[in-house]
Design a protein around this ligand. Structure first.
Ligand code: NAP
Length: 488
């Protein structure tokens, strides 16, 4: 099945940090794919902006490299690449000084296209960029800014950043990225919940035993050690990505699929979250990988801090105090150097109240698992009779829908970033975090982190390639439950 591509209006996108890692790995290849797909109109322009002294020709070479290295497996013609490069420009600029701003202002003058400015730079520069855009007359009412994560490191800093951005831009001009929201399956989560009659009547504490959200990575901190050691898994993953998934799975049906209708409901979920009790949370830190010829460093070696107390793993239990969810625990888990790369939401329904098939048949429950990566798809475990003449024995089998298989190759191709950038151009903020949502998420996260700091909490070590510290399993076992296995 080939998806229908509706072109957006012609735009000018300035990428501050256009020479950086994110621009090269995601933003530029993503834009090229949208160009080839016919969604980025040929009159549009992409303008790289960073301190490196380059001319547009030099930048185009960098763009070609980025497409070759990170563009993924898709076909395009030489002409398409040439045409795309014809839409690329570069202007050197310093976010912290006046250098280059007059040139950018000149480039952006009166073209009458959608104007967007992507802040793909260190968060320390977000406020500076907003201020300079205003000073140089580029923060007019139609301009949009795209702000990368992390958005603050606690409630106070997020509040201050929101206040700074609000000085120069209205909330409807600010697009705070959480790329998890751009994933196909995450949107499908809403389609499944609110587009089917089947699930919503059962979507509450009466029928759902518990919900698990796991975001497992096999990679370690890599080159991000310096940043990561100041952040940790709680700030880097839970406060944003896992929180957003929790909101979508738990929110009330919005009246419309419209930005504020959806975000109002998400905010209510965050505000209804119970504080996390100290014995309902486990922090971990990965150990060096042994066994392989090439030894992978431990977390502490990777960040170069032999006594670091930063967590590379978190597992926690929380509750949502409202009518729908009172009594249903939500278990969240994320970590680095785990056994497989896998992001999954698992909805475990309650057991049937009574088994008509007798004790031998066992007790069964339906499990809906929504897989975000890899192999995006949805599986519903249903109980059937075991085939054969062995009597009325029951087994659980998956009703499986792999999106790649069901929808064809085209469904796999749209990366979260390219979808989100197109949403910016459409002016659709549904999949972007609103300022009050981000602050509410920090308000819930802050006391957890402050508690660790006050107690000088030391994360539990765990083996690389495992499912995290055994304490995380204990968290479940105490409740008579178990985590879904982390599988690729
Ligand atoms: P990066 O590789 O360090 O790139 C930073 C960019 O900022 C470079 O293009 C750099 O170019 C430019 N820059 C630095 N100082 C500047 C200044 N004073 N004025 C103008 N430009 C300046 O960082 P990144 O990994 O691309 O990350 C960018 C943002 O995305 C960060 O907020 C990060 O947290 C976020 N993010 C990144 C990823 C990822 O996968 N990389 C994922 C999620 C979020 P010059 O040195 O040429 O100025």
């Amino acid at each position: 099945m080939v998806s229908r591509v509706i072109p957006v209006d012609p735009f000018d996108l300035v990428i501050f940090g256009g020479t950086g890692d994110l621009a090269q790995r995601k933003i530029l290849p993503g834009l090229f794919r949208r160009f080839v797909a016919g969604q980025m109109p040929a009159e549009s322009r992409v303008i790289g902006a960073a301190r490196t002294e380059l001319d547009s020709a030099g930048y185009r070479e960098m763009v070609v490299e980025a497409i070759r290295e990170f563009g993924g497996d898709f076909t395009y013609t030489d002409k398409q690449l040439k045409d795309f490069l014809g839409r690329i420009e570069y202007t050197p600029i310093d976010a912290l000084g006046d250098a280059g701003w007059a040139d950018l202002q000149e480039l952006m003058k009166g073209k009458g296209r959608t104007e967007a400015y992507y802040f793909s730079v260190s968060p320390a520069l977000f406020g500076e960029l907003a201020e300079r855009l205003q000073q140089w007359g580029m923060a007019d009412r139609d301009a949009r800014i795209v702000v990368e994560k992390p958005f603050g490191r606690d409630l106070e800093s997020a509040h201050a950043l929101n206040a700074t951005l609000a000085t120069y831009f209205n909330e409807d001009q600010i697009y705070r990225i959480d790329h998890y929201l751009g994933k196909e399956t995450v949107q499908n989560l809403m389609a499944v919940r609110f587009g089917n009659m089947l699930f919503e009547p059962l979507w509450n504490a009466q029928f759902i035993d518990h919900i698990q959200i796991t975001v497992a990575e096999t990679v370690g901190v890599g080159g991000r050690g310096e940043y990561y050691d100041k952040a940790g898994a709680m700030r880097d993953m839970v406060q944003n990505h896992l929180m957003q998934l929790l909101c979508l799975i738990a929110m009330e049906p919005p009246a419309r699929f419209a930005p504020d209708a959806v975000r109002d409901e998400k905010l209510k979920v965050i505000r209804a979250l119970d504080p996390v009790l100290p014995h309902h949370i486990v922090r971990g830190q990965y150990l060096a990988e042994t066994g392989n010829e090439e030894k992978m460093p431990s977390y502490r070696e990777a960040v170069g801090a032999p006594r670091s107390r930063t967590e590379s793993f978190v597992a926690l239990k929380t509750h949502i105090s409202n009518w729908r969810w009172a009594g249903t625990p939500f278990y969240l888990r994320t970590g680095k150097r785990l056994s497989a790369r896998s992001s999954e939401i698992t909805v475990v329904f309650k057991e049937t109240p009574h088994s008509i098939f007798g004790e031998d048949a066992g007790r069964h429950r339906n499990v809906l698992s929504i897989r975000l990566q890899p192999n995006e798809g949805i599986t519903l475990g249903v109980t059937i009779k075991e085939p054969g003449p062995g009597g009325m024995r029951l087994i659980d089998v998956p009703l499986d829908m792999s999106f790649a298989e069901a929808l064809g190759q085209d469904a796999e191709q749209v990366d979260a970033y390219e979808r989100l950038i197109m949403d910016v151009m459409r002016g659709n903020q549904t999949l972007f975090m609103r300022g009050d949502e981000v602050e509410a998420a920090w308000a819930w996260t802050d006391p957890i982190i402050q508690g660790w700091e006050a107690r000088n909490d030391v994360p539990k070590p765990y083996d690389s390639g495992s499912a995290g510290p055994d304490y995380a399993n204990e968290l479940m076992r105490r409740d008579g439950r178990e985590w879904r296995e982390v599988t690729p």
